[in-house]
Design a protein around this ligand. Structure first.
Ligand code: NAD
Length: 483
């Protein structure tokens, strides 16, 4: 059964507005959306390609019920190996297969799970195509992909074609035609492909979402998010990113590679694909300075990186307009010295929330909402986090703290994904969210190539974005009993 969120003050407001938008749109197609207040005219977008034979929308499509969820892992480096124990710890979930092009990494993860007392998964490895052998087996329901970005599209696609659901690390693809291909393949195979956006399950992010839906910010007008993480030491490490794959992306193009950790939660709070949609994106980029400067100071001249030229701007900023006249600022910077931030700020006609404010980020955040506050003075977020704590954190927050990385949100993502599959629920996030949240990767390239002019954002839902539907603001639910 799909789980439907409680009707809140905000849902009613949003529903009325969304209906208004839809009414103004006739058939509700993207091209007919009211012009967002953009500084420059947006050139018309390419129309959405027509659906092929057998393709139908995946919006609101529940998983079939799985008694247990059998997971196959592809890519067992920092992330994939680190997530393995969490998958195995979720009630009703078993890791049945592990795959890495480096066979010894498959063995390492299998060893770890066996050491933890879990059933030993089958191992696949030794070639770039080993994952295809793994996908031929029918003891896998969900494939979790944590390989370098260049492999996500082909591996995600292959998982769907093999009849599995796929949870893919970000970005799910880096080109527009690849994003469309994943949407089409999901619609054709009737399998879900979901962005593994753990930050959408962050405790502050989910509280912010619930507050937005409850109307605390009034009419949402703008939001800001991003990925601001000084990765310089890791990018130049010879042991962290395998074959330096992540640094090499900075030699290829100027793009907002990885803003989804901040963009996803803001888009969710704005009900993007569920009553609103992104219409246009314009990008700016600073000069690329940080990586070359770091190399100059800290990397020996014998290091292979000295043959590289870094072209990606240190700070790439995307301004995204929505059909309901909102603006999102999404930022990406992994090349500059700075403390970590995903920004995570949401504002509207009644107030504002800013995460990552102040000198510590641990459970931080500040808020100012009318009528609770006046006098132009920020207040601590703590009491609001408590009041609007999402049911998932109330229910499994303690397990998450004991089982997962990133403050527990990794485990919340894993638990909820498995719960949805076991209970036969509609997933909180779907292929349309994955596509639009990752679209700033290619769209920032296009906008920058056009001198920073706005470029249209495709409507991957092919018009169904006008319909209100549940997302991450779900109803409390039980994990089905383990058979
Ligand atoms: N959501 C998050 O919080 C989060 C955190 C860290 C990393 N990530 C993402 O996870 C992914 C992996 O990052 P990482 O830091 O673990 O990188 P990594 O280099 O440590 O691991 C990548 C692994 O993929 C393997 N691999 C490469 N090609 C393969 C193929 N064809 N078949 C099977 N395995 C293959 C490599 O051998 C390596 O073990 C990236 O997409 C990254 O952006 C997400």
């Amino acid at each position: 059964m799909p789980d439907i969120p409680a009707v809140s003050r905000r849902t009613l407001m949003g529903g009325a507005l969304a209906t208004g938008v839809a009414a103004g749109l006739g058939a509700g197609t993207a091209s007919a959306a009211p012009a967002a207040p953009a500084a420059q005219a947006v050139p018309p977008g390419e129309p959405a390609p027509p659906r092929g034979r057998g393709q139908r929308s995946m919006a609101n499509v529940p998983f079939t019920v799985h008694r247990t969820v059998r997971v196959g892992l592809i890519g067992l480096g920092n992330r994939g190996h680190g997530m393995a124990s969490g998958w195995a710890a979720v009630p009703g979930c078993t890791v049945t297969a592990v795959c890495d092009i480096r066979a010894e990494r498959a063995a390492r993860t299998a060893d770890l799970l066996a050491f933890e007392g879990r059933p030993r998964p089958a191992e696949y490895g030794g070639s770039a195509e080993a994952y295809l052998r793994m996908l031929r087996h029918d003891d896998i329901d969900l494939v979790y992909i944590a390989t370098p970005w260049e492999f996500h599209h082909e591996q995600g696609r292959a998982a769907l074609l093999a009849g599995k659901h796929a949870l893919v690390e970000l970005p799910v693809a880096t080109e527009l035609d690849e994003l469309w291909d994943l949407v089409d393949t999901s619609e054709r195979t009737r399998r879900h492909l979901i962005l593994s956006e753990n930050c959408n399950y962050g405790r502050n992010e989910l509280a912010m979402l619930r507050m937005a839906h409850d109307g605390l910010f009034g009419e949402i007008t703008n939001g800001h998010g991003g990925y601001l993480h000084d990765l310089r030491a890791l990018l130049f490490s010879d042991t962290y990113y395998t074959d330096s794959w992540r640094r090499l992306w900075h030699t290829r193009s100027t793009a907002s590679f990885y803003a989804m950790h901040g963009l996803g939660p803001i888009a969710a709070a704005m009900d993007v694909n569920r009553g609103d949609r992104m219409t246009a994106l314009r990008a700016t980029a600073t000069e690329p300075r940080g990586l070359a400067d770091y190399r100059e100071r800290f990397v020996p001249t014998s290091h292979p990186s000295w043959r590289e030229t870094y072209v990606n701007g240190d700070l790439v900023t995307c301004l995204i307009d929505t059909a309901r006249g909102r603006v999102i600022r999404a930022e990406h910077d992994v090349s500059s010295p700075r403390p970590y931030s995903r920004i995570n700020s949401l504002a509207g006609s009644r107030g504002i929330f800013e995460d990552y404010a102040g000198v510590t980020s641990a459970g931080g955040g500040r808020i100012y909402v009318e009528p609770d506050h006046s006098g132009h003075t920020w207040r601590a977020f703590d009491s609001y986090r408590k009041e609007f704590d999402h049911w998932l954190w109330r229910k499994i927050g303690d397990d998450a703290a004991g089982n997962g990385g990133h403050g527990g949100m990794d485990y919340v993502l894993q638990w909820r994904t498995v719960q949805q599959m076991r209970a036969g629920l509609v997933p909180d996030m779907d292929v349309y969210d994955a596509a639009v949240w990752c679209s700033p990767v290619p769209l920032s390239v296009r906008s920058l190539a056009a001198g920073g002019r706005p470029v249209p954002v495709p409507d991957f839902t092919r018009g169904s974005w006008v319909n209100r539907r549940p997302g991450l603001d779900s109803h409390p639910g039980e994990m089905p009993p383990v058979p």
